[in-house]
Every structure is written in structure tokens, then in C-alpha cells.
Design a protein around this ligand. Structure first.
Ligand SMILES: Cc1cc2nc3c(=O)[nH]c(=O)nc-3n(C[C@H](O)[C@H](O)[C@H](O)COP(=O)(O)OP(=O)(O)OC[C@H]3O[C@@H](n4cnc5c(N)ncnc54)[C@H](O)[C@@H]3O)c2cc1C
Length: 314
């Protein structure tokens, strides 16, 4: 028998995003279980409401108008995980922080690189999150998802997930990741804890975590997309992560754009690829600042910057 899902109207999305910005969801529902998710999808189909899946909210720019449809919130931290022969299977709504800790507590290596990575397990898989030389694609073995239009459940292996730089199959298809398995290996608990803590400390020192933000605002730039004539400007920052790139933070710092501001949206002084919300920023300020930065970098270096967070309701 179906439970009564509580569908709310005009729910502000700002508090559910790490940017603390964005208008209301016309309809909103929070789900903790797979049956609740199926039920929410059925409601959306019955009413022909467009849907948006919100998990950790750490990679979103939600428009000031909000989202004119049903936002399904996969409640962060809900669900379950289990171990079988060094393979960790977990619900998509669990936080990366909990899974990093679970892997370390069980003396398993493979996830310590993600120490300090915000958001959910499913969000990390969908965006092939990565840092410190590793990405989700290196450890994922299978992913189970639900098609939002038909409700059908599919399990894909790593190759079929079509992982790419900050993307996967799930970025382009109407499917919600519900469960996934990652391959880990026996490791030394103390050493894994040290690595994860080092990454957390690195983030605290280098990233403007004292202000609301959505992580890197632009993707890094593949080396071949930087005109040769400008390469010497950035040569000392080129790195191989996850392929030869010029860090966008370097390009924006060399261009002298740190501190650039529109309203309360500011290109961080601390990390030049982070836009921070100084307090009252609107998403229109964020987007105007993004446009100004893109235009400046295109004019100066003929480089096209690509926004990393997902735009919602634009
Ligand atoms: C301070 C900070 C540091 C960050 N550092 C990094 C970093 O080092 N590396 C990195 O890659 N990212 C980084 N990010 C970005 C962000 O943490 C990741 O992209 C994260 O994986 C997003 O997960 P989420 O649960 O918050 O997704 P959300 O922001 O809730 O959603 C992002 C997108 O994923 C979709 N989505 C979410 N869950 C599912 C699901 N279960 N099934 C299908 N689609 C889904 C949403 O619909 C949306 O389109 C950082 C962000 C912040 C704020």
C-alpha cells in the first residue's frame, strides 16, 4: 500500500543549497526510501510536472525564480550501506563524508581521496566528482537507477556509465541513481585517516569555506584549448588531473580577476575559481559575474570557460 507523501507548495530552495541562493520549488517533496521515490515520480507523471532531483545541493545554481515543477529531495544521509568482499554498496542519498568514514573505519582504501568532498554518493557518481588525482570512475563497479518516465530500474557496469570529466551517462538521461557499488582494497586505517584529514585540512586552508559557495565555478581547461601564444603565462600550473589541464584558478588569477564583484557575488580572494555569496547575493548576481568573467577571459586569452555547477530553473 502506498504511504501518503507530503507534497509541499512554494518551498524555498536556498537553504537546501550550499550557495544559499535560489527561489522556491513550485512543488516539493522529500523522500527517504525507494518506494517513496517511486511514489513521487508517479505523482509527477500524473500531473505532468517537470522534475528536478536535489541531493546534497553542493553543485547547484538555482534561479531566483525557483523551479516550476516538482523538486524531489533525496534526503541526504538516509539509506543504507554494506560490505561484501571489499565491495561497498550504498544508497545514493548517503553523504560522501559518511562513506569516506565507513571505508576508513573498515580499513579499506580507495575513497580517502574524497575526504572533505561535500554532497551525496549519487551526486558524486552523476558528476564523476574528482579531486587529488582520483575520480569516482576509478572505483565504481555498478550503478542502479530508476527511469523517471517509466519507473523502470536498470543496473549498469562502469563502462556503461560513460564517465567523462565531471559527467556521466546520468547527466544526459532522465534517470535517478538509487544505489551503487564501489571496489575498495584492504589498507591501513591510520594511514587512510591521515590522507583524508590532510585533504580536509587542505580544503580548509585553500577554499573559501567561510562563505556559501558551490565549489569550483568553472571546469578546468584542457591544455589543447589554450592558445599556444598564452601558454607561457600558465605553464607553471599545468597538471595531469585527470588529464593535462590548465587550472582555471590560475587563468583567473593571472587575469587579475580575484575579488571581481557583482552585488554580493564575488570571485573569491582566497581561491580564484570559487564564487562566494558574501551574504545577500542573488542568482542573477552569480550569473552576471560568471558572464563578465567568461567575456574577459575570452577577450584576453580566447579561452571558452565552461560552468561546472548545474543551473536550475533558468
Ligand atoms: C566547498 C565545495 C567543494 C567542492 N569540491 C569538489 C571537488 O573537489 N571535486 C568535485 O568534483 N566537486 C566538488 N564540489 C562540487 C560538489 O560537491 C559535487 O559535484 C557533488 O558530487 C555534488 O553532489 P550533490 O549531492 O551535492 O548534488 P546536487 O548539488 O544536489 O546535484 C547536482 C546534480 O546532480 C544531480 N543528482 C544528484 N543526485 C542524483 C542522483 N541520485 N541521481 C541522478 N542525479 C542526481 C542533480 O539533479 C543535479 O543535476 C565541491 C562543492 C563545494 C560546495
Amino acid at each position: 500500500m502506498m504511504s501518503e507523501l507530503s507534497i509541499q507548495e512554494n518551498v524555498s530552495l536556498a537553504p537546501l543549497t550550499t550557495f544559499k541562493i535560489g527561489g522556491p520549488a513550485r512543488h516539493f517533496v522529500s523522500v527517504k526510501t525507494e518506494p517513496e521515490l517511486h511514489e513521487a515520480l508517479e505523482v509527477s507523471r500524473k500531473n505532468s510536472w517537470p522534475i528536478f532531483i536535489l541531493a546534497g545541493g553542493s553543485n547547484l545554481i538555482v534561479s531566483d525564480k525557483g523551479f516550476d515543477g516538482l523538486v524531489i529531495n533525496l534526503e541526504l544521509g538516509t539509506g543504507d550501506w554494506g560490505l561484501d568482499d571489499n565491495q561497498l554498496t550504498a544508497s545514493a542519498s548517503l553523504s560522501m563524508r559518511d562513506l569516506v568514514n565507513a571505508s576508513i573505519d573498515n580499513g579499506l582504501s580507495g575513497l580517502a581521496w574524497a575526504g572533505g568532498l561535500p554532497g551525496s554518493f549519487g551526486g558524486a557518481i552523476r558528476g564523476n566528482a574528482g579531486c587529488f588525482g582520483s575520480e569516482m570512475k576509478d572505483i565504481v563497479t555498478t550503478v542502479t537507477s530508476i527511469n523517471t518516465k517509466t519507473g523502470a530500474k536498470v543496473t549498469r557496469n562502469n563502462a556503461d556509465c560513460q564517465f567523462e570529466y565531471r559527467g556521466s551517462y546520468y547527466k544526459y538521461h532522465p534517470e535517478i541513481i538509487t544505489l551503487a557499488t564501489i571496489q575498495l582494497h584492504p589498507g591501513d586505517k591510520a594511514e587512510l585517516r591521515r590522507i583524508a584529514d590532510e585533504h580536509i585540512q587542505y580544503r580548509l586552508a585553500r577554499q573559501p569555506l567561510e562563505f556559501p559557495n558551490a565549489g569550483s565555478i568553472f571546469k578546468n581547461v584542457p591544455l589543447e584549448q589554450v592558445p599556444k601564444i598564452h601558454l607561457p603565462l600558465f605553464a607553471d600550473a599545468i597538471k595531469d588531473d585527470p588529464f593535462p589541464i590548465v587550472p582555471t584558478a590560475k587563468i583567473l588569477a593571472v587575469a587579475g580577476l580575484k575579488g571581481m564583484r557583482v552585488g554580493d557575488a564575488q570571485l573569491s580572494e582566497k581561491h580564484s575559481n570559487y564564487i562566494v555569496n558574501l551574504g545577500q547575493a542573488k542568482s542573477s548576481d552569480i550569473v552576471a559575474l560568471i558572464d563578465k568573467i567568461k567575456a574577459e577571459i575570452k577577450t584576453r586569452y580566447q579561452i571558452d570557460l565552461e560552468v561546472e555547477p548545474q543551473l536550475v530553473g533558468f
